[in-house]
Design a protein around this ligand. Structure first.
Ligand SMILES: *[C@@H]1O[C@H](CO)[C@@H](O)[C@H](O)[C@H]1NC(C)=O
Ligand SMILES: *[C@@H]1O[C@H](CO)[C@@H](O)[C@H](O)[C@H]1NC(C)=O
Ligand SMILES: *[C@@H]1O[C@H](CO)[C@@H](O)[C@H](O)[C@H]1NC(C)=O
Ligand SMILES: *[C@@H]1O[C@H](CO)[C@@H](O)[C@H](O)[C@H]1NC(C)=O
Ligand SMILES: *[C@@H]1O[C@H](CO)[C@@H](O)[C@H](O)[C@H]1NC(C)=O
Ligand SMILES: *[C@@H]1O[C@H](CO)[C@@H](O)[C@H](O)[C@H]1NC(C)=O
Ligand SMILES: *[C@@H]1O[C@H](CO)[C@@H](O)[C@H](O)[C@H]1NC(C)=O
Ligand SMILES: *[C@@H]1O[C@H](CO)[C@@H](O)[C@H](O)[C@H]1NC(C)=O
Ligand SMILES: *[C@@H]1O[C@H](CO)[C@@H](O)[C@H](O)[C@H]1NC(C)=O
Ligand SMILES: *[C@@H]1O[C@H](CO)[C@@H](O)[C@H](O)[C@H]1NC(C)=O
Ligand SMILES: *[C@@H]1O[C@H](CO)[C@@H](O)[C@H](O)[C@H]1NC(C)=O
Ligand SMILES: *[C@@H]1O[C@H](CO)[C@@H](O)[C@H](O)[C@H]1NC(C)=O
Length: 834
């Protein structure tokens, strides 16, 4: 009972989960009603909740297992159907019936076991059938003879072992490309190509790469014309390759691609004997890729002297030199090769030379290519000791010259003899001496010039003189004298595209763009402009795109803003540092008014003032200005007041304590006769002289000394005030060099002054211990003033001096002291008064 219940539950769950995938829309709607992507959605059936108007349907990686007839009748509009890796094993008759619009069908990676004869019926528009890796054993078994619209057939990665091209190919008059790579074809016989003999109108491109070919019957290709034949990584060794090539005799092929793949290399030697078979093959274009040990000697090419185009890709070429002048090559490409040096070529017929992304060619050598029109030498790290004139290249017909991504290029002549140039690219090479004279003077036909990132510092206004036809000028990543754009564009009246980004520009001189009435795009981004100056762009009557993003623009003068050209559709001002201050209200209003042509206007953010950083310029409100003025002034004032009060409290904290203390202690009894302020450096004198003489003398005075009388555990400052000042009648200040230099003493002294002022009786007695330097004393203005105006006691260390000193001090201390009987009559000589 229980197991049965569990089983039912599990079944129900499975059922529900299936339901779920079906009822919820598992597919991604890429373009509504047009494109649906249902990749890897665990679909067991073709989903039926997708609109019938769908044109592109991707069902790849779903476990569909099989396709019954009329599987796609819901999608009559389907144009592209992807059924890759759907575990399909059987396809029934009429499976695609009704797909009259379908032109691409992908069946890659299905382990097909049964393909019904009528599987592909109804596909009356199919152009591209991808049947890669579908367990196909032969082309014969593929029922596609009626697909007369078919252009491309890809049956790579299958189990095909016979090259027999089926009879039905005669029906496929539109067939252009058949990819048979990575199958198991070992032999090619004359009879295999029978259908091509019978249908010479067929113009096929055949890819046989990665088939282990070891035999080609002599004459199999005789009288055969192919558009393209690809033989890469087909031969086990040099000998097999050599024989097979010889047996291609009689073939006429527009393009022959021979070689290996990077990771599929078997042929150890490749030289003129391997190539000699090509003498009996008619080839228009020849491409050689990934062959080890290719010497590149002229003799290797003997049988290829008549080809019109030769491409050498990913080879190690030791010796591409001394190619005989009789060779008819019109186009030569050397790409991603290792070369020993730059090939200094002399080829009278060559029209196009592409020598790019090669290693180890360090410097350019002169060539003699009198017919050359197209030269691409980019990305080789080459350096050029002189550039450029017809004598460097031996041609006067050059139209296209690409020297980008190379090393240092010295501009030594101004393209004399190269007046036909229309396209010139120097980007990311380092140009030297380009601003010493008008280098482009003779290029009156040049339409395209790229000198971006060439390290050029433009300090010569004549740099572009002569470029009267120029349409496109790219000069990003260079710099200008004084970071100011100067009048360099005077003759470029036909310019439509100008890229000045990343040029560190801070300003633009007057009228720089006034001569460019046809300019449509101007890129000023990634510069350091501070101001948006519409007047600069006023005369650009055709300008459509102006990119001033990534500058330091804060604002623009309001009155000039209307001067932007009417034609301007896109103005990019993002990533600047706008100042959203009220004084720039007009600018911000303009931003709102012009938001149609401002690119990503909501991305324009304020940088200042601080409070508004990151706020969109659009959300700025005029009204905040009125309000904020009041708010700002009020808050500024209150902040100032708070600061002042805090400062005063901080500065006069002890003075305040003193005042508070005065109230508390009032004019009550004093505990001490005097509080002694002194520098700790003078403590010896205080202990040995002052204390001894005053406290042990007659009458005895009670001194307040901080080392002795301060209450421990109470802050020193509080002690000074409570113990020192409030409980003492007088204050003795021991003035010395040390005293003046001690900030602490000076502080005590300042408090003493306040105390004196508050208690309104003369209570400070000065003892000058030693002669103090006047200059030092002057720093303490107040002290200096007091000492120079008043009498003070000067300590003299001799018998008579000491006697007088102690008398005068006692007298001063007695002043105001309640008379006590022990007092003797020694005091009448004291004259100190302060
Ligand atoms: C998709 O098709 C449905 C039905 O034909 C229609 O109502 C809907 O508007 C279409 N959606 C779009 C974006 O065309
Ligand atoms: C060739 O095409 C015709 C007409 O479309 C068709 O009747 C014939 O069966 C096709 N031949 C093969 C071999 O499929
Ligand atoms: C052969 O087919 C190619 C495309 O694969 C095409 O470019 C070429 O013009 C065709 N040649 C002829 C003679 O029809
Ligand atoms: C090749 O064509 C020539 C003439 O065009 C003919 O004489 C010769 O028999 C043909 N060879 C083959 C193998 O078809
Ligand atoms: C190619 O060479 C490998 C190893 O040298 C060998 O195993 C293989 O059978 C050869 N294949 C052919 C078709 O000669
Ligand atoms: C070219 O073909 C001719 C005649 O078929 C033959 O005699 C000659 O040896 C072939 N040349 C090469 C290099 O295979
Ligand atoms: C400038 O362009 C116009 C229109 O494309 C063309 O007619 C004119 O000849 C060009 N001027 C120069 C000097 O190339
Ligand atoms: C180029 O500009 C200079 C200076 O503005 C001027 O004198 C000269 O006539 C211009 N040349 C041409 C061909 O327009
Ligand atoms: C301007 O140049 C920058 C890079 O320097 C580029 O990202 C941007 O797309 C260019 N703007 C336009 C409008 O082409
Ligand atoms: C500025 O906007 C233009 C127009 O949308 C765009 O092409 C360009 O790439 C933007 N600039 C940058 C630096 O992204
Ligand atoms: C440019 O501005 C946008 C929007 O303010 C911001 O998201 C982005 O990070 C900025 N880019 C840079 C490189 O500062
Ligand atoms: C904001 O201020 C600007 C400049 O003072 C003014 O032109 C604009 O009309 C004001 N906008 C509003 C909504 O008040």
């Amino acid at each position: 009972m229980i197991p049965r219940l569990a089983g039912t539950l599990i079944l129900a769950t499975v059922f529900l989960s299936c339901q779920k995938t079906e009822s919820f829309h598992p597919c991604i709607e890429v373009h509504p009603n047009i494109t649906y992507q249902c990749m890897e959605q665990k679909l067991y059936r073709i989903p039926d909740n997708i609109p019938s108007s769908t044109k592109n349907l991707d069902l790849s990686f779903n476990p569909l297992k099989s396709l019954g007839s009329h599987s796609f009748s819901n999608f009559p509009e389907l144009q592209v159907l992807d059924l890759s890796r759907c575990e399909i094993e059987t396809i029934e008759d009429d499976a695609y019936q009704g797909l009259y619009q379908l032109w691409i069908l992908k069946l890659t990676g299905n382990p097909l076991q049964r393909l019904a004869p009528g599987s592909f019926s109804g596909l009356s528009s199919l152009q591209n059938l991808v049947a890669v890796q579908i367990n196909l054993a032969s082309l014969e078994s593929l029922p596609i003879g009626h697909l007369i619209t078919l252009k491309k057939l890809n049956v790579a990665h299958n189990l095909i072992h016979s090259f027999k091209l089926p009879e039905y190919f005669s029906n496929l008059t539109n067939l252009e490309h058949v990819d048979l790579s990575k199958n198991n074809i070992k032999t090619i016989f004359l009879k295999d190509l029978q259908v091509l003999h019978e249908n010479p109108q067929l113009n096929l491109s055949l890819d046989l790469s990665l088939n282990p070919i070891d035999y080609i019957q002599l004459g199999a290709f005789k009288n055969i014309t192919l558009h393209e034949l690809t033989l890469r990584s087909n031969f086990n060794n040099t000998n097999v390759m050599e024989t097979c090539i010889e047996n291609l005799e009689g073939l006429k092929v527009h393009r022959l691609i021979l070689g290996e793949f990077k990771n599929e290399r078997n042929v150890e030697r490749f030289d003129r004997s391997t190539m000699k078979g090509f003498c009996n093959v008619t080839i228009d274009e020849f491409r050689l890729t990934f062959m080890d040990e290719f010497s590149g000697d002229a003799t290797d090419f003997t049988c290829l002297e008549k080809v019109s185009a030769l491409s050498l890709v990913s080879l190690y070429i030791k010796n591409l030199k001394h190619i005989p002048k009789t060779f008819k090559w019109q186009s030569l490409s050397v790409i991603k090769c290792r070369v020993d040096s730059f090939p200094s070529l002399v080829l009278p017929f060559l029209k196009s030379l592409i020598f790019t992304i090669n290693k180890d060619a360090n410097s350019f050598f002169e060539m003699e290519l009198p017919s050359l029109e197209f030269l691409d030498l980019s990305r080789n790290g080459l350096s050029f000791m002189g550039c450029c004139s017809h004598s460097d290249l031996g041609t006067t017909r050059l139209k296209h010259l690409d020297l980008s991504y190379n090393g240092v290029i010295f501009m030594s002549s101004n393209f004399i003899g190269l007046e036909q140039l229309e396209y010139l690219d120097f980007q990311h090479s380092t140009l030297k001496k380009a601003t010493e004279f008008s280098v482009f003077l003779s290029l009156g036909k040049l339409l395209y010039l790229d000198i971006s990132h060439t390290g050029t510092r433009i300090d010569f206004d004549g740099i572009f003189h002569g470029l009267v036809s120029l349409n496109i000028l790219k000069m990003a990543g260079n710099s200008f004298k004084d970071n100011t754009l100067s009048n360099v564009f005077t003759n470029l009246t036909n310019l439509t595209y100008l890229d000045l980004s990343e040029c560190q520009l801070e300003q633009v001189s007057q009228g720089v763009f006034d001569t460019l009435p046809r300019l449509q795009l101007l890129n000023m981004s990634h510069n350091k402009l501070l101001l948006l100056d519409a007047l600069c762009y006023k005369h650009l009557y055709s300008l459509q795109v102006l990119d001033c993003s990534f500058n330091h623009i804060e604002t623009s003068k309001g009155e000039i803003l209307p001067h932007f050209p009417k034609s301007l559709d896109f103005l990019n001002l993002t990533n600047n540092s706008f100042s959203c201050m009220c004084e720039h209200q007009t600018f911000m209003q303009w931003v709102k008014d012009e938001k149609q042509r401002l690119v990503d206007v909501e991305q324009m953010k304020c940088a200042t003032p601080l409070g508004l950083t990151g706020m969109p310029v659009l959300s700025f409100r005029n009204s905040t200005c009125q309000m904020s003025k009041t708010i700002i002034s009020v808050s500024v004032i209150s902040v100032l007041v708070v600061f002042t009060v805090a400062f005063l409290v901080y500065k006069f904290y002890f003075h305040l304590m003193l005042i508070a203390g005065c109230k508390k202690y009032g004019r009550g009894e004093s505990t001490y006769d005097a509080f002694v302020i002194y520098s700790s450096q003078d403590e010896d004198w205080v202990r040995n002289e002052l204390v001894k003489n005053l406290e042990e003398g007659v009458p005895p005075f009670q001194l307040c000394l901080h080392y002795r009388d301060f209450v421990p555990g109470v802050a020193i400052a509080a002690n000074i005030i409570q113990e020192g000042f409030h409980k003492s009648r007088k204050v003795i200040v021991v003035v010395s060099q040390h005293f003046i230099q001690s900030r602490w003493c000076i502080f005590e002294y300042e408090i003493a002054q306040t105390w004196q002022f508050l208690s309104s009786h003369s209570g400070i007695i000065f003892i000058v211990l030693e002669k103090v330097k006047k200059s030092l004393l002057r720093q303490q203005v107040e002290l200096y003033r007091l000492l120079s105006r008043n009498t003070y006691l000067e300590w003299e260390d001799n018998m008579l001096g000491r006697h007088i000193f102690w008398r005068r001090l006692r007298k001063a201390l007695l002043d105001g002291k309640a008379w006590s009987p022990e007092a003797d009559g020694d005091q009448h000589e004291a004259t100190t008064s302060i």
